[in-house]
Ligand binder design. Structure first.
Ligand SMILES: C[S@@+](CC[C@H](N)C(=O)[O-])C[C@H]1O[C@@H](n2cnc3c(N)ncnc32)[C@H](O)[C@@H]1O
Length: 434
């Protein structure tokens, strides 16, 4: 594979591209690296490659002319669709799509690549219109220049080329190749600092070793990058294995409050709304499915609470509990409260500290992200409030420590039922793979 690197600092690459397997791959002709410096394509006597940004602001921007000429010297044409034979043109930039193992595998299919390394504040944006640039990012952080990112890309792609590594399968068994983090490796000595290599790896039983490695990979992925498990085909035995692993369950610190007063009506007045049987059942079932601490339907109306207690008695202790024990388990989480204060006190009595109260709404201005809420749950109880009617009244919002973003901040139709909203929030906060 030929890789053209367009860089203001060609000397940056001398040592890393000469060392180890990359150096050997170049000697063997597996990788053919070609360095081009846009400075060699300047026409003024100072060999200028940057200038101040239009519109002001800090830093400098790479001039388009030298870069454009450098690209043309490599066969890239200005303002024309790239012919199929042209190398793919990659601009390393934090604004690009992330470099992943799948991306590396895809790029490794190419005969040639051109990598543009930005410097300063980056390149003149018109180059992105004039050339078919593909932005690729090393991650959500900012480097001084694209050289480090280009090196990472060359190494990730190069090692997938035939002949680069001694054992071809070492490229396919590694982390991310099967969407899982890799299992742990051990080498000699058999005992180090009183720690022995796991018995199974010394057994010579290849089937057992395979199973052990797969399970180690699954457990590490669940622990460190559960998002990668989304889309992994798990056998029923593997699902059972993951289920049996000890896990921190932040859901236990989450409590739902379903507020029936004060909530808004269509005219924007603060009113009380009647209980809805379906909400109680569905939210309790969602609450149980996501393993949360408790569910408080909140209404100050004594007759409504009496009705709720009758319903809960039927399903948790009466005939309903015998005919449908699953429903009994779900509704067992429901504890009626006459006010927000009463619900918060019930949570405090259970957890030993007052809950952080978080409101929700279709048009709320958020003060906490789902991700931040998820980490808050690691350390303290949270009472998440959902409003019936047209949503939580201002009196309730004033009691909230934080507000979550609406479920569809960009959507035009915003009329989810409160039970749908409860299920969506629970999945976003506690879903297994997030
Ligand atoms: C200082 S950075 C420019 C950052 C840019 N002003 C911004 O805020 O997005 C200079 C150059 O480093 C490279 N670079 C910085 N961070 C990167 C990343 N995470 N992935 C790939 N390239 C990166 C790009 O080529 C970029 O043009």
């Amino acid at each position: 594979m030929r890789i053209n690197i367009v860089t203001l600092f060609p000397e940056f690459f001398a040592s890393p591209l000469a060392a180890g397997l990359l150096g050997r791959a170049r000697e063997a002709g597996i990788l053919n690296i070609h360095l081009t410096n846009p400075r060699d394509f300047t026409t003024d006597k100072h060999r200028t490659v940057d200038d101040r940004p239009y519109g002001g602001g800090p830093g400098m921007v790479m001039l388009p002319e030298p870069l454009s000429r450098a690209l043309q010297s490599l066969g890239h044409e200005v303002g024309k669709p790239a012919p199929p034979s042209a190398p793919r043109l990659v601009y390393l930039t934090p604004k690009g799509r992330p470099l992943t193992q799948m991306e590396a595998r895809n790029l490794a299919q190419e005969q040639a690549l051109t990598l543009i390394c930005g410097r300063y504040e980056g390149i003149d944006a018109r180059l992105e219109e004039l050339f078919p640039l593909e932005g690729i990012s090393l991650g959500d952080f900012v480097l001084n220049g694209g050289e480090t990112a280009a090196l990472a890309l060359i190494e990730a792609v190069g090692r997938l080329l035939p002949g680069f590594m001694g054992h071809e399968e070492s490229g396919t068994e590694e982390s991310f190749s099967a969407s899982l983090l890799e299992y742990p490796h051990f080498t000699r000595p058999e005992i180090f600092e009183r720690l022995a290599v796991p018995e199974v790896l010394r057994s010579g039983d290849h089937a057992r070793i395979q199973t052990w490695r797969r399970r180690q990979a699954l457990a590490a992925t669940l622990n460190i990058r559960p998002d990668l498990l989304d889309g992994v085909a798990l056998s029923p035995a593997e699902t059972d294995f993951l289920n049996a692993l000890p896990r921190h369950l932040p859901g236990r610190n989450l409590y739902l409050g379903l507020v029936h007063f004060p909530v808004l009506d269509k005219e924007g007045r603060s009113v009380a709304v009647s209980l809805t049987n379906l909400d109680i059942h569905d939210i309790a079932r969602a609450a149980k499915s996501y393993g949360i601490g408790g569910f408080h339907p909140i209404t100050p109306l004594a007759d409504q609470r009496a009705l709720l207690n009758t319903l809960l008695y039927h399903w948790t202790q009466g005939p309903g509990s015998r005919s449908n024990p699953d429903r009994a388990a779900a509704l067992g989480l429901a504890r009626p409260a006459s006010s927000l204060e009463e619900a918060a006190t019930a949570v405090e009595n259970l957890c030993g500290q007052p809950p952080w109260i978080v409101g929700t709404g279709a048009r709320s201005t958020p003060t906490i992200s789902i991700k931040a809420l998820r980490s808050l749950l690691q350390s303290r109880p949270v009472l998440l409030l959902l409003g019936t009617g047209q949503g939580l009244a201002p009196e309730i919002l004033e009691c909230c420590n934080d507000l979550l973003p609406p479920i569809r901040p960009l959507g035009r139709y915003n009329h989810l039922s409160v039970r749908s909203a409860a299920a969506i929030f629970l999945d976003r906060i506690l879903g297994d793979w997030y």
